[in-house]
Write a protein that binds this ligand. Structure first.
Ligand SMILES: NC(=O)c1ccc[n+]([C@@H]2O[C@H](COP(=O)([O-])OP(=O)(O)OC[C@H]3O[C@@H](n4cnc5c(N)ncnc54)[C@H](O)[C@@H]3O)[C@@H](O)[C@H]2O)c1
Length: 205
């Protein structure tokens, strides 16, 4: 059911270890335990390898990769008290397929891909019933696409993206949410260390 006491929010900067420690402690207390961690925060910065600044490279790596490292490192302490558990790391199809103009995004999302597997193996070796998987969406209708919409206009930008996707459209947030719900639930209890593509068929080509 919905209503007061059913959902809690604890804002944090995912690149900051002390903020993770505080937020997880608060979340654990508020919810009476933690069994699911979804590492979703992520950013992109444009520019090819010659244009991208070191500052932007470091920013993307820290938001996209440090976040998964820190969140998982500190959440496991609580999750092991609340098994079964599931960690869902939001990578991207860009973590499996490169482009000429997104070196930091590609590298960071590829790091999330293999980090997820390492976490899965660590948990398994520890005898924990805690799974870790990565998901790899293609373009989804969220504000992350705004720079492109500004550049080409909303309609043309979305049509440009849709043309690259066999299913002929960009994805919706609900498409991602449904996959996260599956991975968070016991319906996926035998799946760990997997990478799930949610790409409308792009990578089948
Ligand atoms: N939309 C897409 O096309 C697409 C495709 C593949 C993967 N992804 C990934 O999906 C995830 C969600 O992205 P989105 O599409 O909703 O984009 P978005 O820009 O709408 O949301 C990103 C969120 O990350 C948060 N964030 C950024 N830096 C943060 C920090 N230091 N600490 C805490 N939060 C921070 C922002 O506040 C924002 O709410 C990201 O990891 C993104 O890389 C998106």
């Amino acid at each position: 059911g919905f209503g007061e006491g059913r959902a809690f929010a604890f804002p944090l900067d995912v690149t900051k270890e002390d903020q993770w420690i505080y937020a997880l402690e608060e979340a654990d207390a508020a919810m009476g335990g933690i069994s699911v961690l979804v590492n979703n925060a992520g950013i992109s910065r444009g520019g090819d390898i010659e244009q991208l600044s070191l500052d932007d490279w470091r920013l993307v790596m820290s938001v996209n990769v440090d976040s998964v490292f820190l969140g998982t490192k500190h959440a496991l302490r609580y999750m092991r008290q609340n098994q079964p558990g599931s960690i869902v790391n939001v990578s991207s199809i860009a973590g499996l397929i490169a482009a000429h103009n997104s070196p930091a995004y590609n590298a960071s999302k590829a790091a999330v891909w293999l980090l997820s597997k390492g976490i899965a193996l660590h948990c398994a070796k520890q005898g924990l019933d805690i799974r870790s998987n990565s998901i790899h969406p293609t373009f989804i209708d969220t504000p992350i696409l705004d720079p492109l919409r500004q550049r080409f206009g909303k309609q043309e930008a979305e049509a440009k993206l849709a043309r690259q996707i066999p299913l002929g459209r960009i994805g919706e947030p609900a498409d991602v949410a449904n996959l996260v719900v599956y991975l968070a639930s016991d319906e996926s209890r035998f799946m760990t260390g997997a990478e799930l593509k949610l790409d409308g068929g792009i990578s089948a080509m």
